[in-house]
Ligand binder design. Structure first.
Ligand SMILES: Cc1cc2nc3c(=O)[nH]c(=O)nc-3n(C[C@H](O)[C@H](O)[C@H](O)COP(=O)(O)OP(=O)(O)OC[C@H]3O[C@@H](n4cnc5c(N)ncnc54)[C@H](O)[C@@H]3O)c2cc1C
Ligand code: FES
Length: 507
């Protein structure tokens, strides 16, 4: 029996906090209780600021609690690309920032006494091709000062015919939910205040900054950090400067001992592995199946492709114990956006390229130093106000043309055959009702029917049904919604409109 949901969130207790009931004042309001929000809030509170953190749902429950848990400067094979695009100065800064973040996470966990299954292990990037780009990647990464070595492919420890491999020494793997729980506890012990189930819907920035919540109360502060994976609403136009990508994970017991190191392939499709300590010596986590959010017709097939890969590589009939998915955003020039948002006093952090445990720790240091008026060596590299080079601008134009086409599709998604009465338990999708309306419908496991208007409340793009995760996903900028219309992710702050099914009273 496979449990749908993150193995990390299922095996950790993250402290829970009440919702906001009255207006608050603070030096800093941090919006978002993932890795970046919690780390930034902790840093600032420890530096003497009075910090309030507002989280729309539960701490760590979105992307940060659904990661692979690798804290590494080895971001697949990125360094040759960074060198070619940004030159040795910036590529070296990125390497140094992320290697420092690996050490910082280990030091923070140690200093705060966070018991999060943290171990130091090598991390491998490999290719099954006899000759790939990896020799150059090893040379570039090593020249930039990283602990990178072009190694014998047998070292990777996967039972595959590997052509080339690069090892980064002494990287970190941890249980992300336990780490996040430790950050939250340390933050509140230092005097920080957390309010969950408190979604920020807008910022007033005329005098002080006011973070207004959907529940009504607001937080007034001198500074605001927006750590919501992607800044909300239209903030800074980041929704149009990034792309959302979803990945899927499984936790599985192999018939033999799992490889001890962390691995990722530079080949397509991406397969990223690491040991799963909770599954014993044979436990393995596999993450991959990357695709743009809302762009995959059958997400069940993506999970199945991961299961099939494990079954083929280890030659057995694999049955995962957990499976889950999450998304992250990428920027056109490979560097995250961290710092002062274009056109507003808000501080933002987005575009971590699925390497936000290290990049996000760097981001938290930058955000802290911007609030405190201190210098930080990486502020310029991650500058949130940059436009980017010609290649980045060309990619932006292409991405936005794609979004324009998606928007123009309107409600022309694939319709389910038959009416609402034919919808089986566990089934969802777009349906044309007898009166000619298009509704987004899902029949849950108790038989209850949920019907929503399948139009994204951010900027009106059509939504796509994600059959494995049972969510409504927007391909334009990554907003995601539960079957009842509740916001899960993305720049939107409003739930989907309920639609009444024929014969039911209007919603
Ligand atoms: C499948 C997968 C595996 C990954 N594995 C790794 C890995 O091994 N190593 C690595 O370095 N990186 C990894 N990443 C990337 C990394 O997980 C992310 O970059 C990082 O977690 C982002 O942190 P965050 O705090 O920005 O986002 P989140 O964890 O998503 O936190 C944002 C928070 O903001 C809240 N929020 C949103 N809107 C509002 C609002 N309006 N008001 C209040 N709160 C709001 C959300 O509820 C959420 O809790 C992975 C990503 C994916 C998708
Ligand atoms: S997320 Fe922007 S339109 Fe849906």
């Amino acid at each position: 029996m496979t449990t749908q949901g993150s193995v990390w969130l299922a095996t950790a207790t993250i402290p829970q906090y009440d919702g906001i009931l009255a207006d608050k004042h603070a030096d800093v309001v941090v919006v978002g209780g993932g890795l970046i929000g919690l780390t930034t809030a902790l840093y600032l509170q420890q530096a003497g600021a009075d910090v309030v953190l507002l989280e729309a749902g539960r701490l760590g429950a979105r992307t940060s609690g659904n990661t692979t848990g690798k804290v590494t400067s080895q971001h697949n094979a990125i360094y040759a690309d960074l060198l070619d695009r940004h030159g040795p100065g910036k590529a070296g800064q990125y390497a140094a920032a992320n290697q420092a973040a690996v050490d910082e996470v280990a030091a923070l966990a140690d200093r705060l006494g966070i018991d999060c299954e943290l171990t130091r292990t090598p991390s491998f990037v490999y290719s099954e091709l006899p000759e790939s780009t990896l020799r150059r990647e090893a040379d570039v990464a090593s020249a930039l000062g990283l602990p990178a070595h072009f190694v014998d492919p047998d070292e990777v420890g996967l039972p595959l015919k590997i052509g080339e491999a690069v090892r980064f020494d002494d990287q970190v793997q941890l249980h992300p939910a336990l780490y996040l729980a430790g950050l939250a506890t340390a933050f509140t012990q230092a005097g920080g205040r957390i309010f969950e189930q408190s979604r920020v819907t807008e910022f007033n920035t005329d005098h002080d900054i006011e973070a207004v919540t959907a529940q009504g109360p607001l937080v007034r502060a001198n500074h605001a950090v927006v750590a919501t994976l992607l800044p909300i609403g239209l903030t800074g136009g980041y929704f149009a400067r990034t792309r959302p990508s979803q990945s899927h994970g499984i936790a599985v017991q192999l018939p033999v001992e799992a490889p001890r190191g962390m691995t990722i392939t530079v080949d397509s499709p991406v397969r990223s592995t690491r040991p799963w300590p909770g599954g014993g010596p044979n436990g393995l986590i596999v993450v991959g199946g990357d695709h743009e959010t809302g762009a995959e017709e059958d997400t069940e097939a993506i999970y199945q492709s991961l299961v099939d890969w494990v079954g083929t590589v280890w030659d057995f009939s694999a049955q995962p114990e957990y499976r889950w998915s999450a998304q992250d955003y990428s920027t056109p020039d490979l560097l995250p956006f961290v710092g002062k948002s274009s056109g507003s006093p808000l501080l933002v952090a987005t575009g971590m390229h699925k390497w936000g445990l290290s990049n996000g720790t760097v981001a938290a240091g930058i955000l802290r130093d911007l609030v405190l008026g201190r210098d930080n060596p990486w502020t310029g590299l991650y500058d949130a106000g940059r436009i980017g080079d010609a290649q980045a601008v060309a990619k932006l134009v292409k991405d936005n043309l794609h979004v324009g086409k998606e928007f123009a599709k309107g409600r022309l998604g694939r319709m389910l055959k038959g009416g609402l009465d034919h919808l089986e338990v566990g089934q969802g999708g777009l349906i044309t009702t007898d009166d000619g309306k298009t509704v987004g419908a899902y029949r849950d496991h108790d038989g209850e029917l949920h019907t929503v208007d399948p139009v994204c409340t951010h900027l009106g793009c059509p939504l796509h049904w994600n059959n494995a995760d049972t969510t409504w996903d927007c391909n334009c900028h990554g907003s995601r919604f539960a079957p009842d219309g509740t916001v899960l992710d993305g720049p939107t702050t409003s739930p989907l409109k309920q639609q009444s099914a024929p014969g039911e009273p209007p919603a």
